[in-house]
Design a protein around this ligand. Structure first.
Ligand code: PLP
Length: 388
């Protein structure tokens, strides 16, 4: 039975063209980019080339690209780096209640260090209202961080509008664009951001490499001390194979993104329609139109997400649930709770995230398997009142 992978928001397979570009940098072209000999010159050029490719994808200049170990480090660097560098101007940060833990936990850490953070809420579709962000701003605000699109429900935020407001007030603006770069247009000038985080493994690149875009003139300090790599903002010998892989992934995304997103939107909408038609008391989570081309998140009344995901896995279909499983308890997703979902529906959420390898036949198989699994689980659920 063919495995159907529908968890591309968690990670994507590395594109074979990316692997091919990376391979020489493990064996032949392995020099340290800081070395003066020709092996160093060779890898320095490869890193510079990758930098330009990533810059081109987001409309930035090469020297505004800082390579990191991933999206998490990029978010940490943006938030802690700007906070520390600008604490003399104020100690207040505005963010939202639906950020990825990389942003949320960085903010919580800063709170423990004397900063104040306002967590702006969202509406029932997971949308942030720019006016709420504006209202949260105080004379002490030095940074605003709002994600470009949410990783769980796929809602795309009005970043450009928030960016205009932040720019007018002279406040730095960061966006976590880990789920959008390479999937939908994310051009820094149009978004009006000063900082933007990218992760390679979400766009068919390798794991363990990412980027923080830092607009020229942004006051930021490093929290990684050592050599002077990455304009002094990220010490450590560059992950050359990873960086080259990200560069190739960016180049591929730039040429294929338009056609691929159209293809995915059709598959996404087919899946949404099919699920809502076939399964009673099912709710689509996230904005109906302002959403990522590959995201389908549904809540199924009276059934928990985990048995749904496990049952799908037994049928060769990989998905995620909206619940973070800890050893103690099943915590409902903070994103779904912020959207006002009752805890029961938040626990019954399943995320399907589509990608390059998915075809119509995969959607057809989900539409056959999933309603059948839901019926079976509901038949034994004490919560389900719709038994016939
Ligand atoms: N931000 C968002 C929105 C994400 O979805 C993820 C990954 O799940 C990250 C940040 C972290 O990226 P990485 O896995 O590269 O650290």
């Amino acid at each position: 039975m063919k495995k159907i992978y529908l968890d591309h928001a968690a990670t994507t397979p590395t594109d074979p063209r990316v692997v091919e570009a990376m391979l020489p940098h493990f064996t032949d072209a392995f020099g340290n980019p800081s070395s003066i000999h020709s092996l160093g010159v060779e890898t320095r050029a490869a890193v510079a080339d990758a930098r330009e490719r990533v810059a081109s994808l987001i409309g930035a200049a090469g020297d505004e690209i800082i390579f990191t170990s991933g999206g998490t480090e990029a978010d940490n660097l943006a938030i802690k780096g700007v906070a520390l560098a600008n604490a003399h101007k104020g100690k207040h940060i505005v963010t939202t209640r639906i950020e990825h833990h990389a942003v949320e936990e960085s903010c919580r850490y800063l709170e423990s260090q004397g900063f104040k953070v306002t967590y702006v809420g969202v509406d029932k579709d997971g949308l942030v209202d720019p006016k709420d962000v504006e209202k949260a701003v105080t004379p002490e605000t030095i940074l605003i961080s709002v994600m470009h699109a949410n990783n769980e429900v796929g809602t795309i935020q009005p970043i450009a509008e928030i960016g205009k407001m932040a720019r007018a007030r002279g406040i730095y603006f960061h966006t976590d664009a880990v789920q959008t770069v390479g999937h939908i247009p994310a051009i820094v000038g149009e978004l009006g951001v000063d900082l933007l985080a990218i992760s390679a493994h979400k766009l068919y690149g390798p794991k363990g490499v990412g980027v923080l875009y830092v607009r020229k003139g942004t006051r930021i300090v490093s929290f990684m001390h050592g050599g002077g790599q990455e304009r002094g903002l990220r010490a450590s010998t560059e992950n050359v194979p990873g960086i080259v892989g990200l560069g190739k992934a960016a180049e591929i995304a730039q040429t294929e993104m338009d056609a691929e997103s159209k293809r995915l939107i059709r598959l996404r909408d087919k899946l949404i329609k099919g699920l809502l038609e076939r399964i009673p008391q099912t709710r689509l989570n996230g904005h109906p139109t302002q959403r990522l081309p590959n995201n389908v998140n549904v809540s199924i009344a009276s059934v928990e997400g985990e048995p749904l995901a496990v049952s799908l896995d037994l049928e060769g279909i990989a998905v995620s649930t909206g619940s973070a499983c800890s050893s103690e308890a099943m915590e409902p997703s903070h994103v779904l709770m912020a959207m006002g979902l009752p805890a029961e529906l938040a626990r019954g959420s399943v995320r399907f995230s589509l990608g390059r390898d998915n075809m119509d036949a995969d959607i057809d198989r989900v539409l056959e398997a999933f309603p059948r699994i839901v019926s079976r689980l509901r038949a034994v659920s004490p919560l389900w009142t719709g038994k016939t």
